[in-house]
Design a binder for this molecule. Structure first.
Ligand code: SF4
Ligand code: SF4
Length: 338
């Protein structure tokens, strides 16, 4: 409630509208007396586990490359996880008989991270996400509210210690204190949840991230132990990894809908997609990336005022004299050398 009172949720009004229903499961689903929590690893199956964090950090140093958050490179996790939770509930019913239940994954007013940490799925890191000693934080969360009393599992102890790597690495300083995130500064929020213009002062700090941001997780030492998904669903789709900003910026709305069919990216729509890429192209232009101004010029007269304004901002990032600096260097890179 304090976090909401500070306005840290930005435009995510749905976080405030449900009041205590969010914190009290029985107010959301009457009759709920226990919650089964679950998590599902999502690193794509071809992830090089030995150095996957370095591989991802490396992408940030290539200003012309478009970076989509790892979780969003494959199929929409909502569908995958909900189907698996339904299957789990069916299996339980085979054992204990019919019971009342409802499954959730990031789909209703449910305090997922808090339920997960109180039930022992991991502890809340200083970046506020849940992490586990054997799996890092690269997993999705899901819950089944049930009408039968189950023995409660215990929380695990926290292991952040004196580490503050996630706070230090955050490009926009969105983690304003340990365990406190100002979503309005977070690149994940800005590129996905936020509908209007991206604040000018944050644009140069976004580098080449066009959908979400993984930095606070990439730098976390516990993510050396992150696990690959057992499913093919989260494998990166063709076109969403290692792509040039200019080629994604050239997608028509039809292309966007086709390439993001069944992907979580689809929900932001083509206009926000172009807005996000325009910011990244502006940062690439400042870094001296060739072909960037030409790509931007193709959208200078786009029908959307939002897109036009971001394109104009991006074109104004052209340096007086082209330099070889990357967006990270331009913004003062806190990243570890890879
Ligand atoms: S996702 Fe990125 S911008 Fe958001 S808190 Fe983590 S490092 Fe900062
Ligand atoms: S980077 Fe450090 S402080 Fe942040 S969640 Fe990981 S262990 Fe905790």
């Amino acid at each position: 409630m304090q976090w909401l009172a500070h306005g840290f949720h930005g435009e995510m009004k749905y976080m405030a509208t449900h009041g205590t229903r969010r914190a009290r499961p029985a107010e959301l689903v009457p009759g709920t007396v226990s919650v089964i929590t679950a998590r599902m690893d999502y690193l794509p199956r071809d992830t090089p586990l030995d150095d996957w964090q370095a591989v991802e950090f490396d992408r940030l140093t290539r200003p012309g490359e478009a970076i989509v958050s790892v979780y969003a490179r494959g199929r929409d996790y909502h569908k995958v996880l909900r189907a698996r939770l339904a299957k789990l509930a069916e299996r339980i019913a085979e054992e204990v008989g019919p019971f009342g239940h409802r499954a959730f994954t990031d789909s209703a007013p449910v305090l997922e991270a808090e339920l997960a940490s109180r039930s022992g799925q991991g502890w809340r890191g200083k970046h506020t996400l849940v992490l586990d000693r054997n799996a890092g934080s690269m997993f999705f969360l899901g819950e089944i509210y049930v009408d039968m009393a189950l023995p409660a599992s215990e929380p695990v102890t926290a292991h952040c210690g004196s580490c503050s790597a996630c706070i230090d690495v955050c490009p926009t300083k969105a983690i304003i204190a340990p365990y406190r995130l100002d979503a309005r500064r977070c690149i994940s929020y800005l590129t996905i949840e936020h509908g209007g213009p991206i604040p000018l002062e944050l644009r140069p700090l976004m580098g080449n991230r066009i959908y979400g941001c993984d930095d606070c997780q990439l730098v976390c030492p516990w993510n050396k132990f992150a696990k690959k998904s057992a499913l093919p669903d989260f494998d990166a789709r063709e076109g969403l990894t290692g792509q040039g900003l200019a080629s994604l910026f050239a997608w028509s709305e039809e292309d966007f809908l086709r390439f993001t069919q069944g992907s979580p990216i689809r929900r932001i729509g083509h206009e926000r997609w172009l807005r996000n890429i325009a910011v990244a192209l502006g940062n690439a232009l400042r870094a001296g990336e060739s072909g960037t101004a030409e790509a931007l010029a193709t959208r200078a007269a786009h029908p959307s005022e939002l897109v036009r304004e971001h394109v104009a901002w991006a074109l104004a990032q052209r340096p007086a004299r082209a330099s070889a600096a990357t967006p990270e260097q331009t913004a003062g890179s806190p990243y570890p050398a890879t």
